[in-house]
Design a binder for this molecule. Structure first.
Ligand SMILES: *[C@@H]1O[C@H](CO)[C@@H](O)[C@H](O)[C@H]1NC(C)=O
Ligand SMILES: *[C@@H]1O[C@H](CO)[C@@H](O)[C@H](O)[C@H]1NC(C)=O
Ligand SMILES: *[C@@H]1O[C@H](CO)[C@@H](O)[C@H](O)[C@H]1NC(C)=O
Length: 217
């Protein structure tokens, strides 16, 4: 047998379950307007992009519990050529060059699940989960829409997402210092380690508390 053949046989062997270095995935999606307002609130000099996407966008796909990322393969732009366009639409960097964002997410999180989800597979999986969980549509269905002033109970937002996934999501807020209110900038859903089934996220109320939140417009 040629060496190449032996090597490819080796690569085809399934990764044993015991090698899985994480329990589950958290899939955070950013609400761009909330993210931008948070940055402006915290760093007065921050400038948001001129055109803030009016949809939730992918932040990452995080193997959990979070841990020190091992040395994985290096991500280069060529690796993402097949999905570059889609990533640009659904996983854009709000504050810089797209590839820099994708590479930093890969290095900090993706490498942890690399044995199960190699580079391209990892990004394709994130896009796939994203397509199945259009949060703006999910919230709009429950009449939760971005508003300049009106607030929603944190519980109503959690329940709206749970209607879709049948599992607890987690919401993440910052404090809008001018309006003195919790404001939404991220929603996370959680999936099993194979990324095919939903599961509950820990701590659903996240940093949003038990009261109301602003879904900033
Ligand atoms: C990871 O990479 C760093 C820098 O190249 C190196 O110093 C370190 O020994 C590597 N760790 C492992 C576990 O390979
Ligand atoms: C902000 O809101 C909290 C809780 O609603 C309230 O206790 C606090 O007094 C408010 N602070 C200001 C400066 O209005
Ligand atoms: C994925 O994992 C879940 C929970 O561990 C399991 O119920 C499900 O059958 C798995 N799906 C596949 C396709 O392996």
């Amino acid at each position: 047998m040629s060496l190449v053949f032996v090597l490819s046989l080796f690569l085809l062997l399934e990764v044993p379950k015991s090698c899985i270095a994480y329990d589950y995935f958290s899939f955070p999606q950013t609400w761009p307007k909330g993210y931008c307002n948070k940055q402006i609130d915290e760093h007065k000099t921050f400038h948001c992009p001129g055109k803030i996407p009016k949809k939730f966008i992918i932040h990452g796909l995080w193997p959990q519990p979070s841990q020190q990322a091992p040395n994985g393969s290096l991500l280069v732009e060529e690796d993402l050529k097949p999905v570059e366009k889609e990533l640009g639409l659904d996983w854009p960097n709000l504050i810089g060059k797209n590839f820099i964002f994708w590479r930093s997410e890969w290095q900090a999180h993706g490498v942890i699940s690399e044995a199960q989800f190699p580079k391209l597979e990892y990004f394709k999986t994130a896009l796939h989960i994203y397509k199945q969980n259009d949060l703006l549509e999910i919230l709009t269905k429950e009449k939760i829409v971005p508003k300049a002033k009106e607030v929603y109970s944190v519980t109503s937002v959690l329940e709206a997402v749970k209607k879709h996934t049948e599992h607890d999501p987690q919401v993440v807020c910052y404090t809008d210092s001018k309006k003195n209110v919790s404001a939404l900038y991220e929603i996370r859903i959680c999936l099993t380690s194979n990324a095919t089934s939903y599961r509950n996220c820990p701590n659903p109320h996240g940093s949003c508390g038990d009261g109301n939140l602003l879904f900033p417009k």
